[in-house]
Design a protein around this ligand. Structure first.
Ligand SMILES: [Fe+2]
Ligand SMILES: [Fe+2]
Length: 312
């Protein structure tokens, strides 16, 4: 089975067969004849609505939840609205098609190049080799299963793409390098700030699972990050002393500012500002790119008039 090209499949009355991906639990509505299901198929940046009119067909989706399915669909349009009607659907049997094939991703080669560049910049500014070797071991720890490099930074908001966590972290390190240049007083704490940024969201590897909510999401990436790092406690304390280790814990716990445990250290406050700056600017750009009328709605400020954006 190959992946259905969602946009092409929308052509009225066209029948397509292949694999599709459902990211979110669809909703069930009560219709005149019987209940029916409305949901979305996702493929990279395409999101296309589907409808299933027969309860005995959508039962496979209610029973199995979000995931990869094999389906037969037909293009439909009603009152200018286009959607796919699903004629049959069942959990995918193909081993070679995975969920990550359907999600947007940042190419690993770009992630790696950006990481190396900021690493060189921060090393010039004084981040020590000792710190980088600790960072290398932490982000490549077998328990993370390589997911620091592949997990998203969020499910719905900023950097909700494969590789988003590393991308978000890299962008924060770039902001840190500017702050170290602007405020040379901070250079004495460059290892602490650099290491804290690298690990501030590392617990997302446990909160999410390939951009889906993981089973124990409710203990939060802050708690899970602190828990994960305990295995490095001895090494960090030996290299830097206990104060450094406790400061790192305070950054992980307090980096959400007023939206979590309030910051208790200056380091936590600084990382919170960097995190907010990075994630909010990325969110504004992402929302503007998908806005239909060129403006976006902000929860606190109302409608924001758009800004001209170029290509990446
Ligand atoms: Fe966070
Ligand atoms: Fe973050």
């Amino acid at each position: 089975m190959s992946i259905i090209d969602l946009r092409a499949a929308l052509e009225p009355n066209k029948i397509s067969q292949g694999s599709v991906f459902i990211n979110d639990i669809p909703i069930i509505r009560t219709g005149k004849r019987s209940d029916f299901m409305i949901g979305n198929f996702v493929y990279k940046d395409q999101q296309v609505e589907f409808r299933i009119w027969e309860p005995n067909i959508f039962k496979a989706v209610t029973d199995n939840g979000p995931g990869v399915y094999d389906a037969e669909v037909i293009g439909n349009s009603f009152n200018d609205k286009v959607y796919l009607t699903v004629r049959s659907i069942a959990p995918s049997l193909s081993d070679n098609i995975k969920k990550s094939d359907f999600l947007m991703s940042i190419p690993p080669i770009i992630l790696e190049a950006n990481w190396q560049r900021v690493r060189e910049r921060l090393s010039e500014l004084g981040v020590s080799d000792k710190c980088w070797s600790l960072i290398d071991d932490v982000i490549n720890d077998p328990e993370l299963d390589g997911r620091f490099q592949t997990e998203g930074a969020a499910i719905r908001y900023h950097d909700n793409i494969i590789g988003g966590l590393m991308h978000h972290t890299t962008k924060m390190l770039r902001i840190l390098s500017s702050l170290l240049e602007n405020n040379p007083e901070l250079l004495a704490s460059s290892d602490l700030l650099c290491f804290s940024i690298v690990v501030h969201d590392i617990g997302k590897v446990f909160e999410y699972d390939n951009l889906e909510v993981a089973p124990y999401w409710y203990s939060s990436h802050r708690v899970r990050g602190i828990e994960f790092l305990t295995k490095y406690a001895e090494r960090v304390v030996e290299n830097y002393g206990e104060e450094f280790y406790r400061q790192v814990q305070s950054v992980i716990a307090g980096h959400h500012g007023e939206y979590g445990d309030r910051p208790t250290t200056v380091a936590a406050a600084i990382v919170h500002y960097i995190d907010t700056m990075e994630s909010q600017v990325t969110r504004l750009i992402q929302e503007l790119q998908t806005s239909e009328d060129g403006r976006i709605y902000d929860r606190d400020w109302g409608f924001l008039h758009g800004l001209r954006l170029g290509d990446k």
